[in-house]
Ligand binder design. Structure first.
Ligand code: CP3
Length: 366
């Protein structure tokens, strides 16, 4: 059982605070980099720990093992942040939907949302009992990181979590949830509202446990029409940004809103109250930086498939992305966090990941 820690603000300063400085658009010596899914199956040591745990869920629910896999990529690569090893579907699992992983099929729920009555029964889970294992993982990781790099906590966006709750797993066309939104908008809003309440409590609890930045993954917002995106996804992320701001002292814990396919909404996201917007590779970083106009930091956005190319090609693409951001940001590299536009895949080469991380630091050195 991890020992309770002193409040995060009383812990010693960070040896590497590039990531937090970039999120605040402060000067840094190099552009910071971390990678979505930096802990995962592309690392043999991850596969070994997962085998020891028996399953992904056993791994995520064991704070010591979750801490171990969180730290594995940091032992290999000079990454500028750690991200909590967990999943966005822990929240609906704690709401009683019964998360499981069918082999090779991705996440599924035993009891998906099928009616307005199912939505009425949902309640915000208690963070320090039903999601205690997540908070214990955050506390354990903070202790083991020992001030080396900051720890990112995260949640899914309400829309993205609701997609899995209603579809019962992954989906090709989101027909169930889009039908719900169109046929019964009031019920859809009740669902998004209770999930948003849960997400806010979840992020606040991770922050209280020691997370030093927070990211919301809106993986499926981009499947919506602009009208429906604003009504069913953006609105709830704006509420998260507004409510996290309250009671967070003078040095606010930075919030990153990442979305696949969020290019049409960069101005809305930059005005949401979050510190940073995470983008995928379908928008150029020059255009993203120009449109965001220095209001918030930008995170992204190399196409993850670039990692299948040669280390030289990876290095060239990293250079182009760094320079595109600088060109769109008035000639300055400030306010950029380097990342992929989506997560790493299991068949990617750790050597190519090493080449990427080295290229970011070398080509952005001031
Ligand atoms: O980035 C990190 O290193 C932190 C860990 C993390 C995981 N999932 C671990 C994981 C994070 C941030 C997530 C978020 C997540 N989970 C999202 C949003 C980001 C995204 O990828 O769009 C989504 C949509 C999920 C839901 C989910 N969980 C899916 C679709 C899958 C199956 C993926 C697959 O490749 O099989 C998971 C399982 C999952 N979550 C794995 C990992 C490392 C694979 C686990 C395994 O089998 O070992």
């Amino acid at each position: 059982q991890p020992s309770p820690l002193a409040s995060p603000s009383s812990l010693p300063g960070l040896a590497n605070d590039r990531f937090l400085r970039a999120l605040r658009r402060q000067p840094v010596d190099r552009t910071p980099v971390w990678l979505m899914r930096q802990a995962g199956r592309y690392l043999p040591e991850y596969r070994a720990t997962r085998a020891q745990a028996g399953s992904f869920l056993n791994l995520a629910k064991n704070p010591e093992l979750a801490c171990e896999v969180t730290l594995q990529p940091l032992r290999r690569f000079p990454l500028d942040a750690a991200i909590l090893f967990s999943d966005i579907l822990t929240v609906p699992d704690a709401m009683g939907l019964g998360l499981y992983f069918a082999d090779g099929e991705g996440p599924k729920f035993e009891r998906p949302i099928r009616s307005a009555a199912d939505i009425e029964r949902l309640a915000v889970p208690d963070m320090e009992t039903e999601l205690r294992y997540v908070m214990d993982a955050v506390r354990t990781i903070r202790r083991e990181l020992n001030g080396s790099v900051p720890l990112i906590g995260f949640s899914g966006s309400p829309w993205t979590i609701a997609c899995y709750m209603v579809e019962g797993g992954g989906s090709d066309n989101y027909s169930r949830i889009k039908s719900l939104a169109l046929n019964e908008p009031a019920a859809m809003h009740r669902l998004l509202s209770v999930v948003t309440d849960a997400v806010i409590e979840y992020l606040k609890a991770q922050r209280a446990a020691g997370a030093q930045a927070l990211q919301v993954f809106d993986t499926w917002g981009g499947v919506l029409s602009p009208r429906m995106y604003r009504e069913f996804s953006l609105r709830y992320m704006q509420r998260i940004a507004a409510e996290l701001e309250r009671g967070d002292g003078d040095q606010r814990t930075p919030l990153i809103l990442f979305g696949k396919g969020n290019d049409p909404y960069l101005e809305d996201l930059a005005g949401s109250g979050a510190e940073a917007v995470g983008v995928d590779w379908t928008v150029g970083l020059d255009e993203a930086a120009r449109r965001i106009g220095g209001r918030v930091a930008v995170q992204g956005n190399l196409d993850p498939v670039t990692l299948y190319a040669s280390p030289d090609a990876i290095r060239a693409e990293v250079g182009l992305a760094l320079d595109a951001y600088r060109d769109g940001n008035g000639g300055s590299r400030e306010g950029h966090v380097f990342n992929l536009g989506h997560g790493l895949s299991p068949d990617m080469s750790p050597d190519h990941v090493a080449a990427l991380v080295a290229a970011v630091h070398e080509l952005s050195a001031r």
